[in-house]
Design a protein around this ligand. Structure first.
Ligand code: 6CS
Ligand code: FE
Length: 279
């Protein structure tokens, strides 16, 4: 993929402040305004969006309609600009302060949530995928979403049950069949589609929401949202005529080594190179 004329400024790793770390540990997420971190990263990534959307390979997953790009994975290797953003001191510093460890990019993607056709992500926790599919022992990872579009209540915002990460991995239903529209796809595709492969029981979700409520962090492009791998979350389909693209990195603690699994997923879902990032 092409490089970019916009460079990503590099300074020393910048840890999260005590207050932000406290909010992350209490709620399971924290939203940083563009001026704090993401504004300097955004232009370089926006320049890459069309070439990322056009990437034709197993790393690209389509929506159930069979035409709309849903996600493109593996960008930390496929796109030099995204690789540079992944190493940016602001992101690496923030994640290192959360995990108190060296980190590497475990997974990266753009979720496009296209105008009008961008589909849902059913209610789920992320870590259960990495535990069951990739053999990761501990939830010592951080999801980092850079908003590439403004996120509003209308374009399918990420929606959380705040504090639900403190319940650990919640029992749920594992769906063995391939979801409709993906019958001929490789089995790992079932972990990436609108119908979750590991589904929370409705009664569990009701208990959690009665206790903690629901929140959809919204903000301008350039906002950065960090969230815990056990935080219960979902996003509805995009009803608006505007996209809701996000660049998502999953950073893993360097000491959180994946264990053996029967059918390893491809590199772009579980990065095998665990060399710690140096900002
Ligand atoms: O299986 C995975 O790795 C992906 N699946 C979901 C539902 N969220 C986390 C991750 O991107
Ligand atoms: Fe998720």
């Amino acid at each position: 993929m092409a490089g970019s004329s916009t460079t990503v400024p590099h300074t020393e790793p910048v840890p999260l402040s005590g207050d932000l770390l406290e909010r992350y540990r209490r709620d399971g997420f924290v939203l940083l305004p563009p001026e704090q971190l993401g504004a300097s990263l955004l232009p370089a990534v926006l320049e890459q969006l069309s070439v990322i959307a056009a990437h034709d390979g197993p790393e690209r997953v389509l929506e159930r309609d069979g035409t709309t790009p849903r996600s493109v994975y593996g960008l930390h290797r496929l796109n030099p600009v995204v690789a540079d953003v992944a190493r940016s001191p602001g992101l690496v510093g923030a994640v290192r302060s959360v995990l108190d460890d060296d980190v590497y990019v475990y997974q990266s993607k753009v979720n496009f949530k296209a105008p009008l056709t961008g589909d849902q992500w059913g209610w789920h926790q992320d870590f259960v995928y990495w535990l069951n599919e990739d053999g990761l022992a501990r939830p010592d990872l951080v999801n980092v979403a850079l908003f590439l579009d403004e996120v509003t209540e209308f374009n399918g915002p990420l929606t959380f049950v705040p504090g639900s990460h403190r319940d650990g991995v919640l029992a749920g239903k594992q769906v063995e069949e391939m979801p409709a529209g993906y019958e001929e796809a490789p089995s790992w595709v079932s972990t990436l589609t609108a119908d979750e492969a590991y589904q929370v029981y409705p009664e569990t979700l009701e208990r959690l929401v009665r206790e903690h409520g629901m929140v959809s962090p919204k903000g301008p492009a350039g906002s950065v949202l960090l969230f815990h791998p056990n935080l219960m979350h979902a996003s509805s389909a995009n009803l608006s005529p505007f996209g809701r693209a996000v660049l998502l990195f999953v950073y893993n603690a360097a000491t959180n080594v994946p264990g053996p699994v029967a059918t390893p997923r491809p590199w772009f879902l579980a990065e095998p190179d665990r060399t710690p990032l140096t900002a």
